[in-house]
Design a protein around this ligand. Structure first.
Ligand code: PBG
Length: 340
């Protein structure tokens, strides 16, 4: 086995196979491309607040919380760009947060109001995804009910079922439980069926890891202060675990999930690939707030080229097998795709 000739008959001074031949021209690189990013792969997470106007989020440069006067514009922008769906996250006023997170099941809470408004304006041209979890509504910032320092499972799951129903009543198309309680998908499916929402989808945050990359999101919805330094490690997955993600996905599918999600994204592309290969179901990845913040901050400093790293990272999700990506770059990426 010496030199390039070892793969063929040629023992000449030149490589028998020249990998660079296919790379020489743009047309050729395009011709052999295996993965492609399209606007149909993008889901745009937006933050809403109950007042008017834009509120910048320091740790998410370029992303603002949108007031009630701006949400319809955002939905129309998504529609006009061809983005299939948006995910709505509320910044709940501190005075509405409680120990039991009652606001989560208020049929007139900020999320429900927003969903109604958006549906009225854009109808079924844009899908609406709503998170199911209690953290935007609880004074402790946890995704479930806390008793004696423990996030209790079954009591929480019952509330999540009701939260899902008020969101579906408001017009939400896809319920996305992000809480990581056991048995929530089954309970939510049951609650939706009972409430006649047979066509409302469930996109389960099936493999969601206890990650430090959620920091800027917690700033955006104002739950960081509530949570203090507490961790979510008793319900979100431990970052070292890989097989466990497959177990979670299997359970969520058995309980009725229509699609599954892996979260965070870039540090967990191995999980995206395993989930897609193992189950072959619609598999989404969430390029979370901390991932966006890193790329965005380095772009602002001139250390990285914003557009290039954003598009390269999104293509990476596709190469790993993701069917779509929740990303704060969505509107920009859609624009860049349209221009290219
Ligand atoms: C709430 C929720 C979180 C995210 C989505 N839904 C935060 C958390 O679990 O603490 C994070 C998204 C992001 O970081 O962009 N359960």
């Amino acid at each position: 086995m010496t030199g390039f000739g070892s793969f063929g008959l040629s023992r000449g001074p030149y490589p028998q196979t020249r990998m660079r031949r296919l790379r020489r021209f743009e047309w050729s690189r395009r011709l052999v491309a295996q993965s492609q990013l399209s606007v149909a792969d993008l889901i745009w997470p937006i933050f809403v607040h109950p007042d008017h106007g834009r509120q910048p989020i320091d740790s998410l440069p370029g992303v603002d919380r949108l007031g009630t006067d701006l949400v319809v514009d955002a939905a129309k922008r998504a529609r006009d760009l061809g983005i299939p769906a948006i995910a709505v996250f509320p910044a709940t006023p501190a005075e509405l947060k409680t120990e039991m997170a009652e606001e989560a099941t208020n049929p007139d809470n900020l999320v429900c109001q927003t969903v109604r408004k958006i549906k009225q304006a854009v109808g079924d041209d844009v899908g609406i995804i709503c998170d199911v979890a209690l953290d935007p509504y609880s004074i402790h910032g946890h995704d479930g009910i806390v008793r004696d320092g423990d996030v209790v499972n079954d009591e929480t799951v019952e509330i999540l079922g009701r939260q899902a129903v008020v969101q579906a009543d408001a017009g939400c198309d896809i319920i996305a439980p992000s809480d990581m309680m056991d048995g929530r998908i089954g309970m939510i499916r049951q609650a939706l069926e009972t409430a006649q929402h047979t066509n409302v989808q469930i996109m389960s945050y099936a493999a969601k890891y206890a990650s430090a990359f959620y920091g800027p999101f917690r700033d955006a919805v104002g739950s960081k202060g509530n949570l203090g330094g507490a961790s979510k490690s008793t319900y979100q997955q431990t970052p070292s675990q890989s097989d466990e993600a497959l177990h979670e996905v299997a359970l969520d599918l058995a309980e009725g999930a229509d699609s599954v999600m892996v979260k965070p994204g870039m540090p967990y592309l191995d999980i995206v690939q395993r989930v897609k290969e193992t189950f072959g179901v619609p598999t989404f990845a969430y390029q979370v707030s901390g991932e966006y913040a890193m790329l965005s901050a380095a772009g602002q400093k001139g250390w990285l080229d914003r557009q290039s790293v954003a598009m390269e990272s999104l293509l990476g999700f596709k190469r790993a097998g993701a069917d779509g990506i929740l990303t704060y770059f969505a509107p920009e990426a859609a624009q860049w795709l349209a221009e290219s």
